[in-house]
Design a protein around this ligand. Structure first.
Ligand SMILES: [Zn+2]
Length: 181
């Protein structure tokens, strides 16, 4: 009887441990892969959900994320030049990058979202001021490099602010929107 209950316990803990272990090995696997000097594949694929599919991007999606990182590196550099100080570098924090169909569904993302192809990132903003500054730098990058972007969406839910920024391999629509609730 005692053995049975120990076995049950072991089974249960094995079951409970599996999602976090899966997440750990996923993040370990992607951790070493850098898309650019300051952005890793792990950061651009992380999710707080525990999707069964592991949220693993295709090589095409990774290519799209890598192209986005070119913009993110310039954004980071210019933001620090303008608003940073010598004591510390201010990171550009990505809260969501690539999303599998499953993750997109779990987080209530739009159907056909640019996140599904690795063409979009959500950039965390401390508040409206940082949102406007990020947005203005990204517009300047587009004009300065004569490159187009697909979406620049200023988002707010309650007290959480972020900038949704998307660049596609082609057919970039330069959609600038405000979605504040
Ligand atoms: Zn987004």
């Amino acid at each position: 009887m005692k053995n049975v209950s120990i076995n049950k316990q072991a089974k249960l803990s094995e079951h409970l441990a599996s999602p976090s272990e899966a997440t750990l090995s996923h993040s370990n696997m992607l951790d070493g892969l850098r898309l650019s000097p300051h952005f890793s594949l792990a950061e651009l694929t992380k999710t707080s959900y525990h999707p069964q599919d592991g949220n693993i991007p295709s090589h095409v999606a990774i290519e799209n994320l890598t192209k986005l990182c070119v913009w993110l590196e310039i954004l980071r550099k210019r933001y620090n030049q303008k608003y940073g100080d010598a004591t510390r570098e201010i990171p550009v924090v990505i809260t969501s990058g690539y999303r599998s169909e499953e993750v997109n569904r779990l987080c209530g993302g739009a159907r056909g979202s640019n996140h599904l192809t690795g063409c979009a990132v959500d950039i965390r903003c401390a508040g409206p001021e940082q949102l406007i500054r990020y947005s203005s730098i990204l517009l300047d990058i587009a004009d300065g490099t004569r490159r187009e972007f697909d979406e620049l969406i200023h988002e707010k839910r309650g007290t959480t602010w972020w900038l949704h920024f998307a660049v596609r391999p082609s057919v970039n629509r330069r959609k600038i929107l405000f979605d504040m609730r």
